[in-house]
Design a protein around this ligand. Structure first.
Ligand code: S3P
Length: 166
């Protein structure tokens, strides 16, 4: 199957873009991020898409962006943290090498708790955010071919572990 060498999934704040760029540099391949693709294609921020059209519309836009990136990118591809919520997006990942960057939920809540640029955090108080994170874990696991725990590891160490797993 052509397409990305590796797809990264995991919660927001786990370091997908930092680790993804390190991984791409180690592999000597380009890095791509579907959040960036969406912003570029739409000419507005993800927060604006959420506010103007709602989450369901965003997920449809995101699924199309994932499909395009899977077809046209041969390097490391990072997906938005909520992309796995959509069954169609999950189905697109079948047969791909997918690394799930996991992190302790409490740590994730702490790291992202004050970041209002991320629309889901702006509308979800901390308790709901924790529940959201916990409910997503099984979905990440369902698409992953490898799980790499990021707790107590630097991005470079995470990239190394991910690299060794390929
Ligand atoms: C989201 C994660 C974000 C972005 C959007 C929704 C989520 O991506 O796609 O704000 O639902 O978890 P990152 O994980 O790259 O921050």
């Amino acid at each position: 199957m052509s397409g990305p060498l590796v797809v990264l999934v995991g919660p927001m704040g786990v370091g997908k873009s930092t680790v993804g760029q390190l991984l791409a540099a180690h592999l000597g391949v380009p890095y791509r991020d579907t959040d960036d693709d969406i912003v570029a294609a739409q000419g507005r921020t993800i927060a604006d898409i959420f506010v103007e059209e709602g989450e369901a519309a965003f997920r449809a836009i995101e699924k199309a962006a994932v499909e395009t990136a899977l077809a046209g990118h041969e390097g490391v591809l990072a997906l938005g943290g909520g992309s796995i919520l959509d069954a169609g997006t999950r189905a697109l990942l079948a047969g791909r090498r997918v690394v799930y960057l996991s992190m302790d939920v409490e740590e994730a809540v702490k790291r992202t708790g004050l970041n209002t640029a991320r629309p889901l955090l702006a509308v979800n108080p901390r308790k709901q955010w924790r529940e959201l994170m916990e409910s997503r874990r099984a979905l990440y696991e369902s698409v992953a071919t490898t799980v790499v725990a990021t707790d107590n590891r630097t991005p470079e160490e995470v990239a190394r572990v991910a690299l060794d797993s390929l």
